[in-house]
Design a protein around this ligand. Structure first.
Ligand SMILES: Cc1cc2nc3c(=O)[nH]c(=O)nc-3n(C[C@H](O)[C@H](O)[C@H](O)COP(=O)(O)OP(=O)(O)OC[C@H]3O[C@@H](n4cnc5c(N)ncnc54)[C@H](O)[C@@H]3O)c2cc1C
Length: 437
C-alpha cells in the first residue's frame, strides 16, 4: 500500500477525506480536486478502481478484467490517494490499519459502498491478485458443464446472459425466490417478462418461486464467494433436483458499514438497512461536515450512476459551506426507476427513467451499455486509455516531494508520519464478511 497522485500543492488548504474510491467517491474526489480549493485525500484499500458494472463480462471474456481495474494513480492532480485499509471512521478522524494516528479532516465523505459475492465485486488490494481471480473464474466457467445461478435480480440475470452468450452449450439454471425476475413492484412487467423470454431462448432454465439454500461453509458464505465443485441441491418449494459444477450466489449486496460500528457514527446507521442516515444535503444526520454517498447512504436506489451524481452534488456543496454561502437546493434523487439489464454483448432490456417507464430493447441496450459496458468512459474518467493499462507506474521524484510537502502542510503531519503514509501501509489479509455487520 502507498500513496499516489498529487502535483502542485504547497499552500495550506482545507482537507477533504474521501473514504472509498468507488463510483461515488471517485466522482466526488475528482471534482473537489479539480476545483483546486481543497486538499483531497482519497482512501481505498485497493490500488485500482473496480468498474464493477462490467465484472460479469470479465468472467467470460479473456483479458477483459484488465480493462476494468484501473489504477488510481492518475485520478487526482493536486490531492493524493492513500492505499490503506480503513478500520474505523469517526467524526474526529479516520483510522487506517498500520498507522497509529487518526487521519484528520475538515470535511469527510463516506463512500465505502457495498460488497457483493465474487465475481460481482472483488476486494483484493493488489490489481494482480484480482486479475488472477477473474482469469481463474473464466477457466472454471469454461470447464464447467452445469452452472447454477441463485438469484434473479439484475446481477443473476446478467451473469446468465454473459455465460449463455459466450458458452451456449452450458446447462445454466437460474433459481429465483420471486414469482417474476427482478422486482415486479419496481419494474414494469414488459421488462422482466422480456428478460425471462430472452434468457429462455438462450437456453437458460428458470425456476421461479423457489429457493436453494447453500450450506453455510466458508466457501459458500455470501457475499464473498461462489461454490466450485459438483453439488446436487434440492429446491425448497418444488423439491427439484439441480446439479451444478459451479454455483453463483447473486442474492444481493451487503452494505460496507463495519468501519462505522465502533465509532461515534454508529448511531447514525439505520438499524434496518445498515445504511447511514443522511438529510436532503447528503449530510450524515447531526453533522454539517460529514457526508455519505452511494451504497452506504440511505438515499436513493443503489446504483453506480446515482452514487456518481451524489458525489458530484457533495463536491459542489462543500465549497459553498466553506465560503459560508447560503445552502443550495437539496439533492434531487432520481424520480423514476431506471435500469438497463444486459444479456451478453448484443443486447438486453432497459427501463427508461420516465413516468410510464418506457421499455427499450436490444438495439438501444447494446448501444448504450452491453457492447462496451461503460468501460471506455470509465477509463477516461480515470485518465487512462485501454492500451496504457499495462504501463508500470512510478512517481516522478518531484511528484513525491510535492506529496510529502502537501501532506505535511495541509494535514499538519510530521515529516516522519507523511513519509510513513507515502512509504505504504501494511495490507490487511482479506477476510470473509470483513466489511459489513
Ligand atoms: C455485478 C454488478 C453489476 C452492477 N451493474 C450496475 C449497472 O449496470 N449500473 C449501475 O448504476 N449500477 C450497477 N451496479 C451497482 C453499483 O455497482 C453500485 O451501486 C456501486 O458500486 C456503488 O458505488 P459506491 O461508490 O457507493 O461504492 P463501491 O463501488 O462499492 O465502492 C466502495 C469503495 O470503498 C472501498 N472500501 C470499502 N470499505 C473499505 C475499507 N474498510 N477500507 C478501504 N477501502 C474500503 C472499496 O474498496 C471500494 O473501492 C452493479 C453492481 C454489481 C455488483
Amino acid at each position: 500500500m502507498g500513496v499516489t497522485g498529487s502535483k502542485e500543492n504547497v499552500t495550506k488548504k482545507p482537507v477533504v477525506v474521501v473514504v472509498g474510491g468507488g463510483y461515488g467517491g471517485v466522482k466526488c474526489a475528482q471534482s473537489l480536486d479539480k476545483s483546486g480549493q481543497f486538499f483531497v485525500v482519497l482512501i481505498d484499500r485497493k490500488s485500482y478502481f473496480l468498474h464493477n458494472i462490467a465484472t460479469l463480462r470479465a468472467c467470460v471474456e479473456k483479458n477483459y478484467a484488465n480493462q476494468i481495474m484501473i489504477p488510481y494513480d492518475r485520478v487526482l492532480t493536486n490531492g493524493c490517494v492513500v492505499h490503506a485499509e480503513v478500520v474505523s471512521i469517526s467524526s474526529n478522524g479516520v483510522f487506517v490499519h498500520g498507522y497509529d494516528q487518526p487521519i484528520h479532516f475538515n470535511y469527510l465523505v463516506i463512500a465505502t459502498g457495498s460488497s457483493y459475492a465474487f465475481p460481482g465485486k472483488v476486494a483484493d488490494p493488489q490489481r494482480n491478485q484480482a486479475l488472477s481471480r477473474y482469469s481463474t473464474m473464466r477457466e472454471e466457467i469454461y470447464k464447467a458443464q452445469q452452472i447454477l445461478v441463485i438469484g434473479g435480480g439484475p446481477v443473476g440475470i446478467e451473469l446468465c446472459g454473459e455465460i449463455a452468450t459466450d458458452f451456449p452449450n452450458k446447462e445454466i439454471t437460474l433459481v429465483h425466490g420471486g414469482s417474476t425476475l427482478l422486482q415486479p413492484n419496481v419494474f414494469r412487467e414488459e421488462m422482466y417478462t422480456n428478460l425471462q423470454r430472452q434468457l429462455q431462448h438462450m437456453g437458460v432454465k428458470i425456476l421461479l418461486n423457489d429457493r436453494i439454500k447453500v450450506a453455510s461453509t466458508d466457501n459458500a458464505k455470501p457475499p464473498v464467494n461462489y461454490i466450485r465443485g459438483k453439488q446436487t441441491y434440492v429446491t425448497e418449494n418444488n423439491k427439484q433436483s439441480v446439479t451444478a459444477d459451479l454455483t453463483f450466489i447473486c442474492t444481493g449486496a451487503r452494505v460496507n458499514n463495519k468501519s462505522l460500528m465502533m465509532s461515534d457514527l454508529a448511531d447514525k446507521v439505520d438499524t434496518q438497512s445498515g445504511r447511514l442516515k443522511v438529510n436532503g444535503y447528503l449530510q450524515v444526520e447531526g453533522h454539517t461536515n460529514i457526508f455519505a454517498i452511494g451504497d452506504i447512504s440511505n438515499k436513493e436506489s443503489k446504483m453506480g450512476y446515482y452514487a456518481g451524481n451524489q458525489g458530484e452534488y457533495v463536491a459542489s456543496l462543500i465549497p459553498i459551506i466553506e465560503r459560508n454561502k447560503p445552502y443550495p437546493k437539496e439533492y434531487q434523487p432520481g424520480q423514476y426507476p431506471a435500469m438497463f439489464v444486459t444479456l451478453g454483448r448484443k443486447g438486453g432490456v432497459g427501463q427508461m427513467p420516465t413516468k410510464n417507464g418506457f421499455i427499450v430493447g436490444n438495439t438501444l441496450v447494446k448501444l448504450l451499455k452491453s457492447k462496451d459496458m461503460g468501460t471506455s468512459r470509465t477509463q477516461s474518467m480515470m485518465n487512462y486509455k485501454a492500451h496504457s493499462l499495462d504501463e508500470s507506474l512510478s512517481d516522478h521524484p518531484s511528484a513525491y516531494s510535492h506529496k510529502l510537502l502537501s501532506l505535511k502542510e495541509c494535514m499538519e503531519l510530521t515529516e516522519k508520519d507523511a513519509e510513513e503514509l507515502l512509504a505504504g501501509l501494511p495490507e490487511k489479509q482479506i477476510e470473509l464478511g470483513q466489511d459489513f455487520v
